[in-house]
Design a protein around this ligand. Structure first.
Ligand code: URA
Length: 486
């Protein structure tokens, strides 16, 4: 039992076991309210701090206490607020609801307003914690652990931890805060005492990753400083590695926006015609026989005319990586940058891909990276070339190349990045959001791991959600690494 009633002459004094002892409050409040004890006759104390009073009266048998349906759920959030009078306010509201059953609907009532403001503040703090916790890795191999330091405004660690348990179930991690700590051992969450920032590990190489990611999603043309600061309030900056970039990015935003517009996907660069002329000797229609090496296959693919996409693209963007690798990643199709450079995943989605590979300990130069479709498909809009999804016929036509690549490489595992890759590899429609994280064994024995395409993260406008999706993507790739290590 969480309550330790004590004795006092004038008031009922309730001592709760901890700052978040909502069960203790609930039990005491029920007993006190059913015994008609007025709010002004109760003192609420936490832990060892103070607390003398009379024994709590037992609840009368067979009497029910009626409160609004959602009051308990909302009160559980308010109980985590850092205000010292939160438990008194909750009892006050409980007491008033006996006579005013619709009290919580009266938005102008000062008690209700305080209650709502506290609830909102706790829920916001929880959201911010989900978005802004940054783990640092300690140890390697079997002793790999992740530790984060965070400074919430309220006592939210326990509430917020279930999110991290769901997201990082397979990792060993701990979150330290000034008032409590939480440790996950892949089976159980243990709550412990508060810590200090010095107890958390110092900056590690993942900080660079966050900075790379933040710089890659930062869009100077869309910069709204106030909105950004409300999404990522300054008080969180000191524990966010990427925040050190913000002043520079904001100061240079005008210039960067101009440069970005200049860099926007353009009509093919001047060398486009020259590259095409080299790859498409007039009047020659290439035919393919089965190549004996990836290099020979690449050479054949450079002349592909299996579908009409070749005619608008600058060049074939073939796969790259060692031909004795055991791990292959398959994307959708090259984008603007890939088309111009002739290499897969070198544009914005490639930046996220690279960062996540590095963060999860996979060396990009040791794996083979390719696409389901090898030519850039786009629609011209003014001077820009806007990515356009390949249709089923184009994916099917290009499947021949992917099949040849896999036949020569004979990988142990292929990772499908997004639905197009998955469909090409499995020849069946795939619901990536539902099936991500699964490994499907094809009829020919090839194992295909399903996850999202990194460009999906780039399309999410809301920073918090983007960070969460990125973390899920990293978790998927970590699973891939573990499968390869097995
Ligand atoms: N998206 C892809 O699917 N592939 C690339 O090479 C680049 C972006």
């Amino acid at each position: 039992m969480a309550i330790q009633p004590a004795f006092a002459l004038a008031a009922h004094s309730v001592r709760l076991a901890s700052p978040t002892d909502f069960d203790g409050w609930r039990d005491a409040a029920r007993r006190l309210a059913l015994n008609e004890v007025k709010p002004e006759d109760i003192e609420w104390h936490i832990g060892d701090a103070g607390g003398t009073g009379r024994d709590l009266p037992p609840a009368p048998v067979g009497v029910e206490l009626r409160v609004a349906k959602d009051f308990i759920d909302r009160a559980a959030a308010v109980a985590c607020h850092s205000h010292s009078e939160r438990f008194a306010l909750l009892y006050h509201l409980l007491w008033r609801q006996r006579q005013e059953p619709h009290l919580l609907r009266i938005a102008s009532d000062p008690d209700v307003r305080r209650f709502e403001a506290m609830e909102k503040s706790v829920r916001r703090d929880e959201h911010k914690m989900h978005a802004f916790v940054r783990f640092r890795k300690i140890g390697d191999g079997n002793s790999e652990r992740f530790v984060a330091w965070f400074e919430p405004d309220h006592f939210i660690l326990e509430r917020a931890s279930s999110f991290f348990v769901r997201r990082f179930t397979g990792m060993l991690w701990a979150i330290l805060t000034p008032h409590a700590s939480a440790e996950w051992n892949r089976e159980r969450l243990a709550l412990g005492p508060g810590a200090s920032k010095d107890d958390a590990p110092a900056a590690d190489q993942s900080e660079d990753m966050w900075r790379t990611y933040f710089a890659s999603i930062f869009n100077p043309a869309r910069l709204k400083v106030k909105a950004m600061q409300s999404e990522m309030p300054k008080k969180y900056w000191r524990n966010l590695p990427e925040a050190s970039l913000i002043p520079g990015l904001v100061a240079g935003a005008d210039q960067a926006a101009r440069e970005m517009i200049a860099r926007m996907p353009t009509m093919p660069a001047p060398h486009h015609q020259a590259i095409q002329a080299r790859h498409w000797p007039a009047a020659e229609v290439p035919t393919e026989t089965e190549a004996q090496s990836i290099d020979a296959l690449r050479q054949q693919a450079s002349q592909c005319r299996r579908c009409p996409l070749w005619s608008e693209a600058t060049q074939t963007v073939f796969g790259e990586g060692p031909d004795d690798t055991e791990l292959v990643f398959v994307g959708e199709q090259p984008g603007d940058q890939e088309d111009l450079q002739g290499r897969p995943f070198v544009g914005p989605a490639g930046k996220i891909f690279d960062a996540v590979l590095q963060e999860t300990g996979i060396d990009r130069t040791a794996v083979y990276v390719t696409n389901a479709v090898k030519h850039f498909k786009f629609e011209p809009r003014g001077k820009r070339r806007i990515h356009s999804r390949p249709n089923a016929g184009e994916v099917q036509a290009c499947r021949w190349w992917l099949a040849q690549e896999l036949k020569l490489l004979k990988p142990r595992l292929v990772v499908a990045l997004g639905a197009t890759a998955a469909q090409s590899l499995l020849q069946a429609p795939v619901a990536i959001t539902k099936q991500r994280g699964q490994t499907i064994s094809r009829g020919d024995g090839l194992a295909v791991f399903l996850t999202i395409h990194p460009s999906y993260i780039l399309r999410i406008r809301e920073a918090e959600q983007a960070a969460a999706e990125r973390a899920r993507f990293a978790e998927d790739i970590r699973t891939v690494r573990a499968m390869m290590a097995a």
